[in-house]
Design a protein around this ligand. Sequence first.
Ligand code: PLP
Length: 387
Amino acid sequence: MSDLNYFDYAATTPVDAGVLEVMLPYFGEMFGNPSSLHRQGQRAEAAVEQARETVAAGLHCDPGEVVFTSCGTESDNLAIRGAVVARRAATGANRIITSRAEHHAVSKTAEQLGKLYGFQVDWLETDEYGLITPQAVKQAITRDTALVSVMAANNEIGTLNPLSEIGAVCRAHALPFHSDAVQAAAYLPLDVNELGVDLLSLGAHKFYGPKGIGVLYVRKGTSLLPAQTGGGQEGGLRAGTQNVPYIVGFAEAFRLTCEERDRRAAHVRPLRDQIIGRVLEEIPDSRLTGHPELRLPNHASFAFKDMDGNLLLTLLDAAGFACSSGSACKTGNPEPSEVMAAIGLPPQWGLGSLRVTLGKDSTAAQVEAFLDVLPGLVQKARALNRR
Ligand code: PLP
């Protein structure tokens, strides 16, 4: 990669060379519209349907249950808005269960449905690690609940939720269960039946596929109002001419991920543990955010007391390291993120967050170099904070 040591794989990943290679013909000689009846169109349609089968194999579902969208955000929007509007029309149910620890693609969608469309949002409390328990879901369910949405893995703090148990609770109440698995897909096996989900969101750019392409798994029998109406593509759930090269790229990236998932996890886990161990040992007033064990294998996240997280990111960038923080805005007067608030971090900690996420090409030497500079930069950021 460039001169930058990249530790921000939760933000995005580079496109794998093999993925790009299979995409390229669909920008060139295979440019057809999958809805066209001629040969050129049929070739494009065959590529889309082959991609659908590949994705379905990775999710252990039927190809007809795979809907291609433009990104993880769109998948979340289609799942949530689509499910609750359809369910309210059918049963009158108007409550949505979710949490403030969700990605904005979920929480802002629920908020909008609450503010503008007459739904009631029941916000679940997380525990101190940002985890949602099946008991919390069970207690929140009422006869008016239309949907439960709980993410598989948290983007800011890496915590993994017990999806199978939550899925079982939803199933027992005959409720649709959506999970945002955008972060989880790179490292967790996603068997939709084992997880007990009815709707599952994915985005390719988190696992070495291109940006701007996502998938929503929709279990057969789950009613959804289409987000986009028009030509009837994607089973009528997402009208619009399919983005054939990106769909092909999604499928290849997902296929490779399913094949290499265990190897990739085994590569990053010890590097992650080294980062967590040394940061907590060497940096005073530091704490791990998220769960100590139930977390993504590539994900280390921290809070540093009395420090500006964005200032630390700037210092890290100048030193050649790309990381991320959890504060809500990049400039100006940042607020601690909803996730920091949800896990109950006091304000003097909430602004000092740091997220370090690894990828398949991360090396032990990069991690060493990072750990060598981090304590000094935290000290510097704190000193600048006091001025
Ligand atoms: N959900 C989670 C948990 C994410 O981490 C992200 C991206 O950071 C998204 C949704 C949005 O995905 P996309 O960037 O594909 O819209």
